[in-house]
Design a protein around this ligand. Sequence first.
Ligand code: IPD
Ligand code: CA
Length: 266
Amino acid sequence: MNHQLTDELLALALEAARRAGTLLRDGRPEDLGVAATKSSAIDVVTEMDIASEKLITGFLAEARPQDGFLGEEGSSTEGTSGVRWVIDPIDGTVNYLYGLPSWAVSIAAEIDGETAVGVVAVPMRGETFRAVRGGGAYLGDRPLECRTAPRLAEALIATGFGYRTERKAGQAEVVHRLLTRVRDIRRGGAAAIDLCDVAAGRLNGYYERGINPWDYAAGELIAREAGALTGGRPGEKLTGELAVAAAPGVFEPLQALLEELGAWHD
Ligand code: IPD
Ligand code: CA
């Protein structure tokens, strides 16, 4: 990989995430309400999601006008440089709306379609996770290493649920059967943070059906660079159909069990 380019993209992603995180933390209106809904009445967008995406894309486009964008709140341009930014201006919007601290700004840069750089800022924790493909994952300056468990039955696994009722019903079935097979389940409310917590060894694994590229692009790279395995159904890449990320030794039985439980369909 071109290190000069990845260094530049990492520096820009860190600065964009820092600025957006500050805006979101310090600028959250007391009376924050729902600006719009998307896939269902509970899939909400606030004015701050929109402001954050505008800030990030404006900053990055000024520095690199030829790059493409994919943002949760509508940014979508091809670009001509081979670089595309994949942005979640707030991951964990419902937490943010309710004043819970687990929300993040997630920014990834793809080079020729492969994620090369990932940054996840979690302002209320004062933490910023980052990774460059092939260069390891870091929390601040600390290198990250995922944490395995002796058996799946002793693994702490996070998951999440979608916004549509039919999907939730399927996800409830899966989690109902999984709960007795693992140490415990967590539902933090921000997929990007779950993936970074796998990287940091604060969770042994994470899975979810139905997340989008902006939710996982940066976090998947960070998890992989911390030594975690990631994928979808057995033999497949992590996609919206199914996302699985876990430490080696946990990943394999978790992925096999999720296949058995049908976690990849509604
Ligand atoms: C959501 C969060 C949540 C996950 C949902 C995502 P958003 O993203 O990552 O943890 O369970 O599937 O849609 O809407 O807060 O950006
Ligand atoms: Ca989001």
